[in-house]
Design a protein around this ligand. Structure first.
Ligand code: UT7
Length: 332
């Protein structure tokens, strides 16, 4: 058995900034409501012609450069997204083509807000067994082309933004001190419809019907209160499981990175667990909820700003649609 160490991390966000004031022009909402309820001030939206493929390619270039690796060193791509460029094949195949590394296996995974942690966990298992040595894990989303920008969809539309980020994990000897110490994953499909997109659906005959435009069933729907309440319960469970598995305490953690869904969720969890907010890194105010991209996007910026040093213990945790949740503990 081997260990996975973090070789590099990178991110890319589209240049177009959309402020809360911009959204006020499209629907009955206000900058004050959005900031008070979620902490979000602005988010990024892609321009036409740009998708997950381009964003994740740019993020990968940054990670390769920071890790002194070449694309040819990658021997597995795992890409987490709920908004793939095409229904099939997965965006990982298109990213692989752009990276010019034919024959490397390319795997799309879903798991929404927990997608990146699931991806790190899968990468870690492959590296531990020795099957792959250098694995690229990407989280990427384009939400802006699928949101309801009328007042009907305001509870969801104001929250989400576009972006991509990634991590390159590489094999290290088992007794190596640093690396991915543990990952823990959960799901509870009883809540699948509390945050989902119903259509187009292969259960429909045919899967796409004109009335789907009218009934708005191709937009995301969310039971916001249920998601909020469950998130505040499940984040501590995920974090405490990670700590216990590694025999460490909250005080040993250098930095907590929470999935960026709502700053009030992070505040409530930190207050409940006794985690000082200074030990968290948050960028939801700038990017909104970028789902699978949110954790690596926060990690990449925190690292850039010198908030993560070699040997620091970093705790990642996520909760979201599925419901899915999970944690990863990394000695950087
Ligand atoms: O990645 C995981 C995915 N998502 C989440 O983690 C989100 C979890 N949930 C939340 O963050 C919160 O539930 C929201 C931010 C979505 C909503 O906050 P809330 O405090 O639960 O508000 P609410 O749903 O109770 O809505 C309060 C009011 C309602 O009006 P009435 O019924 O009181 O008259 C809504 O219609 O706010 C209204 N409202 C809005 N007003 C202005 C809902 N969306 C908006 C909006 N602008 N964008």
């Amino acid at each position: 058995m081997y260990k996975s160490i973090v070789k590099g991390i990178g991110h890319h966000v589209p240049p177009k900034i959309v402020t809360n004031k911009d959204l006020e022009k499209l629907m009955d909402t206000s900058d004050e409501w959005i900031q008070q309820r979620s902490g979000i001030q602005e988010r990024r939206y892609v321009d036409e012609g740009v998708g997950n493929i381009e964003m994740s390619y740019a993020a990968t270039q940054m990670a390769l450069q920071r890790s002194n690796l070449k694309a040819q060193d990658i021997d597995l791509i795992i890409l987490a997204t709920l908004s793939p460029d095409y229904t099939f094949p997965g965006s990982a195949c298109f990213l692989q083509e752009k990276l010019e590394i034919p024959n490397v296996p390319a795997l799309d995974i879903r798991q929404q807000c927990t997608g990146f942690i699931y991806g790190v966990s899968i990468a870690d298992q492959f590296i531990r067994t020795g099957m792959y040595k250098t694995v690229l894990v990407v989280g990427t989303e384009v939400h802006s082309t699928g949101l309801d920008f009328t007042t009907r969809g305001r509870d969801v539309a104001v929250l989400f933004g576009d972006g991509a980020a990634c991590m390159i994990l590489q094999q290290a000897p088992e007794n190596f001190e640093r690396g991915v110490l543990s990952t823990h994953l959960w799901a509870d499909g009883r809540f699948a419809k509390d945050l989902w997109i119903q259509n187009p659906s292969s259960r429909e005959h045919p899967r796409m019907k004109p009335e789907m435009f009218e009934d708005a069933s191709w937009f995301p729907k969310m039971n916001g209160k249920k998601v909020f309440t469950m998130a505040v319960k499940k984040f501590p469970e995920a974090i405490l499981t990670a700590l216990k598995a590694n025999n460490v305490t909250l005080n040993d953690i250098g930095l907590f990175i929470f999935h960026q869904a709502n700053i009030r969720i992070v505040q409530a969890v930190c207050q409940g667990m006794g985690i000082p907010m200074e030990k968290t890194y948050n960028n939801i105010q700038k990017y909104g909820n970028t789902t699978a991209a949110s954790i690596p996007l926060a990690l990449s910026e925190a690292w850039e700003q010198g908030k993560i040093k070699e040997n620091d213990l970093v705790c990642l945790s996520a909760f979201g649609s599925g419901f899915t949740w999970g944690s990863a503990l990394i000695r950087w």
